[in-house]
Design a protein around this ligand. Structure first.
Ligand code: MG
Length: 381
């Protein structure tokens, strides 16, 4: 999800610093954080804005164009943070009514923080910025010892994005062209009142090497939840038993298929492949390959389950519905759940097997075959 900004709202993402305190040799905003650069993540947060200006160091221009051209306006920054913000503001002249200025080294800014700033501006505040109240005691210290305390009442830790009416913050920068810690400081100097909006502990500024580990932990808590569905049909043919969800059931007919024709297990296997966007059974075990003739379908289900685990997923649950008039499934449902759970390596309480007739309608109603549908939920925490 990204915030959809009102018309006239623009964002400036500053990334012109050379900050190497975070280690790694290259400026921190270009470093990888769980598979994407910090800057890409920071920019993602503003994908719902009409205009986004990225301010980069001249040395990073080629790289910025390679990574981000098309979606954002890229300009080069100055020697100071204030100069870089001014370059961004200049690019927006006449193009927007409001601007949110964000530090490119805060890749985990959430929708709620951005929305809070927008809501305050929409509500009439000329400027708004997120912050968190200081909760720790504050000390003064020297030589490794506490020399005094400072009351924390009324103290806040400032975050970004900081939002302003574009003309007002542009004027403030022109009036006070000296470097300031942030744009709020400039706004106050220019007499613009700034509303405080809710910040977030996750909206950390990547500064030191340990911040990467913390950011990765925060990203890791965002769960990847996948759902997949599967559907399969097999026709009745000669025989005296059927295999359903890994259980052999005596029946007046068999099911026709290349493997053991376990229609329930096939549907479930396809649901898992589906959740992984990995095609279906036919792709992994081509029916043209004679080695799968008469195969125990447990091979297929075990393969899909292993693939899910290899990708870092665990099973939330799976639900299989068999659609047939006969045989009766109820007496076997518990054994089926236990067998599927065993093959998948999960607790049986996570696996459901149930059945329905189709009221004698259609091919299942005419007892020409059995259909099965299945859903699987995979979770990567
Ligand atoms: Mg099948």
């Amino acid at each position: 999800m990204t915030v959809t900004a009102p018309p006239g709202y623009a964002a400036i993402v500053t990334a012109a610093g050379r900050g190497t305190r975070a280690g790694g040799g290259e400026p921190k905003q270009w470093r990888d954080l769980a598979g994407r650069s910090i800057l890409a993540r920071s920019l993602d947060a503003f994908a719902g804005f009409d205009r986004v200006v990225l301010v980069v160091h001249p040395d990073d221009m080629a790289r910025a164009i390679r990574d981000f051209a098309g979606g954002v306006t890229i300009v080069t920054g100055g020697d100071t943070r204030a100069a870089s913000v001014m370059a961004g503001l200049h690019a927006l002249e006449g193009q927007a009514t409001h601007v949110l200025i964000h530090d490119g080294a805060r890749p985990l800014v959430g929708d709620a923080v951005i929305q809070g700033v927008i809501d305050a501006l929409q509500g009439g505040a000329p400027a708004a910025a997120p912050a968190l109240p200081v909760s720790d005691a504050l000390w003064k210290g020297a030589g490794g010892a506490v020399t005094g305390t400072t009351p924390r009442d009324g103290l806040f830790r400032a975050q970004t994005p900081q939002g302003f009416a574009l003309d007002q913050i542009s004027n403030a920068h022109r009036l006070h062209p000296h470097d300031a810690a942030d744009d709020v400081e400039l706004a106050l100097k220019a007499g613009i009142p700034v509303a405080i909006t809710p910040g977030s502990e996750d909206n950390l500024k990547i500064t030191f090497p340990a911040d990467f580990a913390r950011a990765e932990r925060i990203l890791g808590t965002a769960m990847d939840i996948r759902l997949g569905n599967g559907y399969d049909v097999h026709a009745f043919g000669p025989g005296n038993h059927v295999w359903l969800c890994g259980v052999q059931i005596a029946h007046e007919a068999g099911l026709v298929g290349h493997s053991d024709a376990d229609v329930g297990m096939h549907a479930l296997t396809d649901a898992i492949y589906g959740a992984l966007a990995e095609g279906d059974i036919g792709r992994h075990f081509p029916p043209s390959d004679p080695q799968w003739k008469g195969a125990d379908s447990a091979i297929f289900l075990a393969h899909a389950a292993d693939l899910a685990r290899e990708r870092g997923f665990t099973f939330g649950n799976a639900d299989v519905t068999l659609i047939c008039e006969m045989p009766k499934i109820g007496p076997h449902a518990q054994a089926m759940q236990a067998r599927l759970a065993q093959i998948m390596g999960v607790d049986a309480s996570r696996i459901s097997v149930k059945a329905t007739t189709s009221e004698r309608l259609g091919f299942t109603g005419r007892r020409e075959g059995i259909a099965a549908i299945a859903t699987a939920a995979l979770i990567k925490a």
